[in-house]
Design a protein. Structure first.
Length: 212
């Protein structure tokens, strides 16, 4: 007599501390609600998805909450090193050209999130990334136009706010194309540049030296 068997639970490579269970094995409310549909290409033709949740052809370990994932120290070190190089290359932030370069760099950061979402065909995330990007683009535009200490402060706020966004991103929504190491890498770049620009703004105001 042939026996049919199936796994009772699933382990996720991106987060080995998280287990997945079929809901039919539970006899109580799991107190969680659906966040997305996966394997939609393999669904029964008679089943229609009638909600607005994101749909994906496959399952990706990145869908699993990364809250338990250890910090990626390599990404943190690389991001920190890159931030130091950027600061040395773009200058001290006291010249008009320097402010413009920092503003242009800030304006490019949302584009990476667009690319991640498009690469993963996660168009629900792309829509949300576009909405969030307006805030950072606005700060970059203000700094580009003001070209003064106030502009440097606006840039610093933009970079630090983007660092917070990097780290807290998955708490807001999941962009399934975003690499696991991205929050540490981009967050390190953002926060170091942001703190450096705050320092420059403070030194400029302390010495009463307007931005040239």
């Amino acid at each position: 007599m042939r026996e049919l068997r199936s796994s009772l639970y699933t382990k996720f490579g991106a987060n080995p501390n998280v287990y997945g269970f079929p809901l039919c094995t539970l006899d109580t409310d799991p107190e969680v609600r659906p966040e997305r549909h996966v394997f939609v290409e393999n669904k029964a033709p008679w089943f229609d998805i009638k909600d607005d949740l994101p749909q994906h052809c496959e399952f990706d370990d990145r869908f699993v909450n990364r809250g338990e994932t250890p910090m990626n120290l390599t990404a943190l070190v690389v991001g920190t090193s890159l931030a130091v190089i950027i600061v040395k290359k773009l200058g001290q932030g006291r010249s008009v050209k320097s402010i413009q370069l920092y503003a242009a760099l800030l304006a490019t950061f949302p584009v990476y999130y667009f690319v991640f979402a498009i690469w993963a065909s996660d168009f629900a995330a792309l829509y949300q990334e576009i909405l969030v990007s307006f805030g950072f683009l606005l700060l970059a535009f203000i700094a580009y136009k003001i070209r003064s200490v106030a502009g440097v402060i606006a840039l610093a706020i933009g970079y630090i706010a983007h660092a917070i966004y990097d780290v807290a991103h998955d708490e807001l929504f999941v962009n399934s194309g975003m690499p696991n190491w991205w929050p540490e890498f981009c967050g390190a770049v953002d926060v170091i540049i942001g703190l450096y620009l705050l320092y420059i703004a403070g030194e400029t105001m302390k010495g009463r030296r307007p931005t040239q």
